[in-house]
Design a protein around this ligand. Structure first.
Ligand code: SAH
Length: 257
């Protein structure tokens, strides 16, 4: 098991009194896409159900392995941190976190080897005060005040995504360095490149009597942005040399110089 998979297995998505089996399936899919498989169902109204399987869209393993419990206390067994998801501030005195703060808190506990629960409420009534009271803090996804309630499985998706982003951020290796990577051009090489470019523009009569200062500044800006490597520089030097050669032939033909 990779480190990330092992860490992900310490998180459980706990769905409480879910009414629509389709939402359970969609939640399973949302979790699975972000690498999470631990689902706990507390007193689901209808489960197992064809609609759950249909909307899981292949994440059947999550549904098959879902833990089923009659009450939230049992549903939280084994976890040491429970974060309740709620669209509205409830009548409970519970610390309110943003999704990112909640994710940071969850990951810190998971890194210590603890099991963490994200608790989601019923579609119509949300989490009851009594259920929130079993949680250590609540997380509110910052939706707009006058339309604050997300679909249950979409709230699951937001949290699964935030968890994954944070986990990837912690674990992502630095940008891979390829063994055959060309070294980037250094400042002195870039200066020689700009001299060659300026000389070439002169040779092909690009400026036509205008002052070259502004155009050279613009070209510098363009090429600096490209952060070229040595091979790319050699290629451009080659193109300039050919352009200079052709310009010199053309000058010879037209009898100049
Ligand atoms: N009318 C209910 C909404 C239930 S939506 C209420 O006001 O609570 C079903 C579940 O999705 C909620 O219980 C909660 O767990 C989650 N959810 C929906 N919108 C959310 C939001 N903006 N922030 C946090 N959780 C949310």
């Amino acid at each position: 098991m990779s480190d990330l998979t092992e860490l992900a297995s310490q998180l459980r998505f706990v769905l409480v009194r879910t009414s629509h089996p389709g939402n359970i399936g969609s939640a399973a899919r949302a979790m699975r896409t972000m690498g999470f498989t631990g689902m706990t169902l507390v007193a689901p109204h209808r489960f197992p159900h064809d609609e759950a399987s249909a909307l899981a869209a292949g994440a059947d393993d999550v549904l098959e392995n879902a833990a089923l419990h009659a009450g939230l206390v049992d549903g939280l067994a084994g976890t040491s941190l429970a974060l309740g998801l709620s669209a509205r501030r409830r009548g409970v005195d519970l610390e309110e976190l943003s999704p990112r703060e909640g994710v940071a808190r969850a990951l810190a506990a998971m890194a210590r080897g603890e099991k963490v629960a994200l608790v989601f409420g019923n579609e119509r009534t949300g989490l009851e005060n009594e259920e929130l009271a079993r949680c250590h803090a609540m997380i509110r996804i910052p939706s707009v005040d006058d339309f604050s309630s997300l679909n249950l499985s979409q709230a699951v998706q937001v949290m699964a995504y935030e968890m994954r982003i944070a986990m990837l951020g912690d674990q992502a290796p630095a940008a891979p360095v390829r063994a055959d990577a060309e070294p980037p051009a250094d400042a002195a090489q870039m200066e020689r490149f700009y001299e060659h470019l300026a000389q070439t523009l002169d040779d092909i009569d690009f400026h036509k009597g205008r002052a070259p200062t502004t155009i050279m500044l613009r070209l510098r800006k363009l090429f600096q942005r490209a952060q070229m490597d040595e091979r790319e520089l050699r290629m451009l030097h080659g193109i300039f040399a050919d352009a200079q050669r052709m310009a010199s032939i053309a000058r010879g033909k037209s009898g100049e110089q």
